[in-house]
Design a protein around this ligand. Structure first.
Ligand SMILES: *[C@@H]1O[C@H](CO)[C@@H](O)[C@H](O)[C@H]1NC(C)=O
Length: 236
């Protein structure tokens, strides 16, 4: 179990190293948008460089790499259109992103795996505990993962989150991939969501808090999201 957790974390770390490289490279103005090809977010090991060489190493890595990646979605971008799956009357049912987000404010907690250690013990429970406060502040709470809707429903039951947190399955990770928010966990469970929280207002991403790898910090916590939600609601 321990070895297995370590291996997931190290995979994720590599993905975050690459993500950091991209943002540094773009900010430096030395990599044009066109140089970053669109495609799957790949978590292949990237050489870890000293900060001063990050930009050039990223440029080298992307121009020479046969793999491609999606740029990570940022605040102000629309949540991609598509469908999630959800249990309805005992059956897995499609639910569109418009159904979830249109005309609403939704706080999304996204996790690498239902029932897994950190997601189960720390990340989701925060959102369950504060669900009433999110609601009073004018938002719904959703939990997103690549797990299938049967698993997500069972997980919500186990955490007493039914009626408080909307379970959303992105089984083939297509929406997560379009947002550049996936991590490949290999034999553990294939392509999964990175850990993040997000506030989506009327389909637009207003706040995005992405964790490094699968770690859990205050960044993606429910408490932080609640503070951010109050700001988002205050700024019309
Ligand atoms: C993922 O599944 C959805 C719904 O079944 C489908 O429309 C979409 O094309 C799939 N995407 C990929 C990349 O397989």
């Amino acid at each position: 179990m321990c070895a297995f957790v370590t291996s997931v974390a190290s995979l994720s770390l590599r993905s975050s190293v690459r993500a950091v490289c991209v943002s540094v490279a773009v900010k430096s103005g030395r990599v044009s948008g066109a140089a970053i090809r669109r495609g799957q977010f790949v978590t292949r090991a990237a050489p870890v460089s000293r900060p001063s060489t990050l930009a050039s190493s990223a440029r080298r890595s992307y121009s020479n790499s046969a793999s491609s990646l999606r740029m990570m979605i940022k605040e102000g971008d629309p949540f991609p259109k598509g469908t999630f799956m959800q249990m309805k009357d005992g059956k897995p049912t499609e639910i569109s992103t418009d159904d979830v987000f249109k005309g609403k404010t939704v706080v999304v907690c996204s996790v690498p795996g239902a029932f897994t250690g950190t997601c189960n013990a720390r990340h989701l429970p925060g959102f369950v505990n504060l669900a009433d406060q999110f609601r009073s502040a004018g938002a719904e709470v959703a939990c997103l993962a690549t797990n299938d809707p049967f698993v997500m429903e069972a997980w919500m039951k186990m955490r007493s989150a039914e009626g408080k947190v909307i379970p959303l399955s992105d089984g083939n990770a297509s929406l997560l991939q379009q947002m550049g928010l996936t991590v490949d966990t290999g034999k553990f469970g294939g392509v999964r969501s990175r850990r993040f929280s997000m506030i989506v207002k009327d389909g637009v991403v207003k706040k995005l808090n992405v964790e490094d790898g699968t770690s859990f910090t205050d960044a993606s916590s429910a408490e932080t999201a609640l503070q951010q939600l109050k700001q988002v609601m205050a700024t019309a």
